[in-house]
Every structure is written in structure tokens, then in C-alpha cells.
Design a binder for this molecule. Structure first.
Ligand code: ATP
Ligand code: MG
Length: 388
């Protein structure tokens, strides 16, 4: 074992949220993400979590990619281990950080010494390694105040480690530290991004998808499951609750004024999602609604759809432009799947002239003849749960 990862922990801002629960949750999440990649030791000291392989067969590249997607980590470095000897340390810097040493113009060396028996002080070692690197790389100049590159040397009990400027981490808070929410996942671009954004704030997710077979195809359902799968490196394991929605849509087409169809349908989605939330201990719903994007995403429409639930509806992309949402979806890797051309249940029976300023009274009138409870219960009873 001659390499390990150092993960720098992010904000711990919530009052009352103590450092230990943050670190414990993060460590548990890290262990889960490393599952199947080999045996690792994970421990935290002073706002840094160390991930050390415990066997040669550990897949370090896959583990590195996985660690970049762990919420709660602001920055991460790969570090090389070497003997606790000043020339072995210099050699390790030279070999392991060669690319970065060649491409920087200014640098400094910073040493941390956990092993106080090491024969040089931190400053002496930094000066020695810095001086030698300065000679070896004519492109480099020492700048202790604003260096482009900082070479870190750590003298620990059993080995020394060298590493350089960290890469950016996923940021946010460890998933699970802020409870659980149910995210309404369609096959579009917006809801996977919304799910990612809420997970980033430390929320574990369950997904609900409304499926209208045969109006929407098995491929459309597969696409949604694939989107959920693509989210698991960020969000952790997920359950997708696939709700049979055909009967409700057909009933609404029969009995509901066409211009109110979409809104009433969305009220059913909210009611059913709230049932799922109660069942899995979730305390909010998440949607990919963006203000004004379509007729059902106005403030009036949000009042009408939000009125049927008593838990908060989180809409993290509400203030974002489509282009901003697209950028995130590309970054997190869901875009290419989102744009596959399958129908969503929302595009089935779409009204030609949806109501633009709907009111709660109109929605209630449109629902007056319906046995809402029976319709919701039948859909909930038919849920298929898929664990990813
Ligand atoms: P998206 O890009 O997320 O599909 P959209 O711009 O197509 O959103 P709508 O179709 O109005 O917008 O849907 C708004 C939100 O309602 C979605 O972001 C999603 O959270 C939820 N939603 C829509 N259709 C479904 C569905 N079939 N299953 C689960 N949730 C859905
Ligand atoms: Mg959609």
C-alpha cells in the first residue's frame, strides 16, 4: 500500500448538528461507496478523513472517482506514502507530483508532523524539500504567500505522505444527516437535477415515479430507473416506487374538465407521493418545477397542487433557467439519458388550453365527483418497489 486519499470535510453549519454525527455519517457513506472496491480503512482526524487501502487488490482509481461524489467533502487529494526519510520524501515528491511541479510557476512546501520523533522540525523539512525541488525544476519559484502549487508533506506514525493541492469535492452535507425526502422523478432533465440538489444538502431520497402503461412504454420506465441508477453515486442506495397511474388518468379524462386535467392529475401525484413519504419516514417532497417553465408551474398552479399535502414541497430548481439546469445535469451525468425521447405520463392527455390562473376552488370543483381516497389507495396498493 503506497497511496491513500485525504478528504477535507466541508461545512458543519447547522446549529445543534455536532461534529461527531457529521463525521460518523460521512464515514458510513464512504464505506458504502467503497463497497466492492476492496478493503479500506477510513478514519477522521482534524477535519480530514483518511481513506487507506488495506490490500493491494483495492481498485484505487474507481475508489477515487467514487470519493469525488461523496457529499460532505469539499476537497480531496491522492497522497503517496514513502519512508520517513528526507530523501525518500524528496524522491516521492519528484516522482509522484512531477506533472504538477513541471506545470506550476510558484510553489511552497508545507510539512505536518504527527510523529514528533522525526529528526527534523516541520520548517527544516519544508526548507530542505523546497530547496531541492527549486533546484530540480527551473520553472519553479518559491512563493510562501500565494503559491500556485502547495506540496504537502505529512510525517505520520508509520509512514510519510506527500500530496498537492486538493481537487474539488462534491461539497454539501453527508447524505442522511438532514433526514429523508421523497423525490418525484420523471424522465425529464429537471427532476434528476432537483434530486441531486436536495441530496447534496444531506437528505436521503426515495423516488416516486408515476407510470401510465400502456400510454407510456416499458422503455420510458427503464429510462427513469436508469436515471435513478445514475444518481446513486451521489445519493446512495435508492428505492424507486413505481406507481400505476393509468387508472387515475383515465378516470380524470372521463370526469374532469379538460383545462383542469393537468392540475388535478398533479394533485393526485402529490397526494400519492405524500402517502409514500409517510410510509418511508420522509418529511418533504421534491419536484423539478421551475417557475414559469410551463402552465402548471406558475405560482397559482403551485398553490393548487401544494394545497393537498401538509409537508413541505421542495423545489430546488424553481429559480433556475433551463440552461443552468442543463449544465448541472451534464455535470452529474444524467443529461444524455434525460433527453432520450420517451413519453412521460404528463404528456398523455395534455389539455389544449390549460387554465393559466387556476384556483383551489376550481380544482376542488373538478374533483367533486371523485372518490379521491379510493383512487389514491388503489394506486398506493399497486406500487412496485425497485431497490437500486
Ligand atoms: P422534468 O424535466 O423533471 O420532467 P418538466 O419540466 O417536464 O420536469 P412537468 O412535466 O410539469 O415538468 O413536471 C414537473 C415535476 O413533476 C417534475 O419535475 C417531477 O418532479 C414531477 N413529475 C412529472 N411527471 C412525473 C412522473 N411521471 N413521475 C414522477 N414525477 C413526475
Ligand atoms: Mg417532464
Amino acid at each position: 500500500m503506497n497511496e491513500m486519499f485525504l478528504l477535507k470535510l466541508g461545512e458543519m453549519v447547522l446549529k445543534g448538528l455536532n461534529r461527531h454525527s457529521f463525521e460518523d455519517k460521512l464515514q458510513a457513506n464512504i464505506h458504502r461507496r467503497l463497497n466492492g472496491l476492496g478493503r479500506f480503512r477510513v478514519y477522521t482526524r482534524q477535519s480530514t478523513t483518511y481513506v487507506e487501502p488495506m490490500e493491494d487488490s483495492c481498485d484505487m482509481d474507481a475508489a477515487w472517482e467514487a470519493m469525488k461524489k461523496v457529499f460532505g467533502v469539499v476537497g480531496l487529494s491522492r497522497a503517496r506514502a514513502c519512508d520517513k526519510d528526507k530523501d525518500a520524501i524528496l524522491q516521492a515528491c519528484h516522482e509522484y507530483l512531477d506533472d504538477r511541479l513541471r506545470s506550476a510557476r510558484t510553489f511552497k512546501v508545507e510539512t505536518r508532523r504527527a510523529d514528533k520523533t522525526f529528526p527534523m522540525t516541520s520548517i527544516q523539512l519544508s526548507q530542505y524539500v523546497g530547496g531541492e525541488l527549486d533546484e530540480l525544476y527551473p520553472n519553479l519559484q518559491v512563493d510562501v504567500h500565494h503559491p500556485e502549487l502547495t506540496v504537502y508533506v505529512e510525517i505520520r506514525d508509520y509512514a510519510a505522505f506527500v500530496h498537492a493541492n486538493p481537487d474539488p469535492g462534491a461539497g454539501g452535507l453527508p447524505v442522511g444527516i438532514n433526514g429523508r425526502a421523497v423525490s418525484l422523478l420523471s424522465g425529464g432533465i429537471d427532476s434528476p437535477v432537483a434530486s441531486y440538489m436536495i441530496a447534496k444538502r444531506g437528505v436521503a431520497l426515495d423516488m416516486v415515479h408515476f407510470f401510465s402503461y400502456p400510454y407510456t412504454s416499458p422503455e420510458a420506465k427503464e429510462k427513469v430507473l436508469e436515471l435513478a441508477r445514475l444518481l446513486t453515486p451521489w445519493c446512495g442506495h435508492l428505492t424507486v416506487h413505481v406507481v400505476p397511474f393509468t387508472a387515475i388518468q383515465e378516470e380524470l379524462r372521463r370526469s374532469c374538465p379538460e383545462e383542469m386535467f393537468t392540475l388535478v392529475m398533479r394533485r393526485f401525484m402529490m397526494r400519492i407521493a405524500q402517502r409514500v413519504a409517510k410510509r418511508c419516514g420522509a418529511k418533504a417532497l421534491v419536484t423539478g418545477e421551475s417557475l414559469g417553465q410551463v402552465a402548471s408551474q406558475t405560482m397559482d398552479a403551485m398553490t393548487v397542487t401544494g394545497q393537498v399535502v401538509d409537508i413541505p414541497v421542495l423545489r430546488p430548481v424553481v429559480g433556475m433557467d433551463k440552461e443552468e439546469i442543463v449544465q448541472i445535469s451534464r455535470k452529474i451525468g444524467t443529461y444524455d439519458t434525460s433527453i432520450l425521447p420517451y413519453e412521460d405520463c404528463c404528456t398523455v392527455f395534455t389539455p389544449r388550453h390549460p387554465r393559466l390562473r387556476p384556483t383551489v376552488e376550481e380544482a376542488e370543483a373538478a374533483e367533486a365527483g371523485l372518490d379521491i381516497e379510493a383512487m389514491v389507495q388503489a394506486a398506493v396498493d399497486g406500487i412496485e418497489r425497485i431497490r437500486l
